[in-house]
Design a protein around this ligand. Sequence first.
Ligand code: MN
Length: 499
Amino acid sequence: MLELLHYLSEKPRRVVITTHWNPDGDAVGSSLGWAHFLRSKGHVVRVVWPNAPSKNLEWIPGVGSSLCLTAESQTIEVQEVISQADTVFALDYNTFSRVGESLQTVLERFDGTTVLIDHHQQPDPHFSIVCSDTKKGSTSEMIYDLIAAEGAVHSLSSDAATCLLTGIITDSGQFRFPSTQPATFRAAAALVERGAEPEFIHQSLFDSSSVSKMHLWGRAMANMSFQEGGKVAVLALSSQDNQECGYNKGDTEGLVNQGLAVQGVQVSAFFREEEQGVKISFRSKGKVNVNDFSREHFQGGGHANAAGGFFQGSLAQALQKFAKHASELFFLILLTILPLACSPAPSDAREIPQKTAEEQQEAWIQQHRDQLTSERKILNQFAADKGWKPEKSGMGWMRQLFEMGNGAPIQNNERVVLVGRATDLKGRVFYSFPAHKPWELTVGKDNAGEVGLHQALLVSKRGDSLVLILPAHLAHGVAGDLNKIPPMSPVVYYLRIRY
Ligand SMILES: [Mn+2]
């Protein structure tokens, strides 16, 4: 942050401020708020959006003025403006691929200073200056913090204050999401003091619904369905729904939150069918991480509690895929919390005294989550390298069937006899149990064998030949088996189950 303030104080810069595709309240609010401020400090500023903001944002001070350009419709002008700039800001997105193909190409060729200011996870490190804070509820709040750090809040115009408060209100879900902190309210209070009017902003944002929007929301809510014992709400609009209700861009923004309004719901998923596929929004409460889930299954991402996604195919196929994986949303929480139980107290706890216990725990959880994610990638790659397409369980183990047996499905408490070996990912053998010395165990009961092994046996049949890939936490975890399997080691089982 200081690096950026220093950079801006050196001399007036020629600045272009960009945001993500389909700029929302935070993207428009932060880019224009920042633009108004930088202009007042003597910099030459243009705002470039990949495409036009939706209709309910057109009242934001600066929208429609010569300050702003839209890359989709003003391609040549945008190229010119960027080629003349010495500084490009990327606001409210984490990597250039979020701006749409044509603007992305222009930005990637830009050879001046690039500055990222964003609160999304996984910021691209390739910017000249990176201001990333994934704990912040909005980029607009980050912009406010920058201006406050400069000691310049008193110089904010009411237009700039209105822009920034708009971004804070929209991205915090009106001060409701967990990222809403005391600092958020302090920023909001200061912006109101600088002339932003909450009533005007709220009315402009929320009391401007079109008839088509009301009909679409009504239809989606009337058909809302529930999964996972009422913990997951599903909202969906087919192409036919959109056509019949006269869908306009922006009509379904915020609709996904309606699912969370139902008692007991922890995850809301909204699917909207488009020509090219299905656009998906996820929202969650508490520790349920929809960012990981969407990355894994729906080519998307975002924040832990709010993420987007996409599915290539029909609405029915997207819903089917979601139903198949929905239970993982809750397993992922278990996976991140369970390993904590056996973690040693981190030695850096004393070295970072400014972290509260809660922040420390957040950091551990995030660390475990990252470990699990990278392990999952390694295991997926391992299977892909072998040319396998294993079925994947919600818990994280994978099972590749080579030959299906004719025997009965295996039940809990049954005795099974296994022939094969257990290895690491490089094929080094931990244990082998050849035909003359097979391994006998009782399913679901024996201490012998790992959780993942028992689970996989319960979906197998006598006579099956299979490979089972277990991530470390479902094998012997942080300790290893204190014999041949080292700590934190995935285990691969090559197995034949005897009749
Ligand atoms: Mn944002």
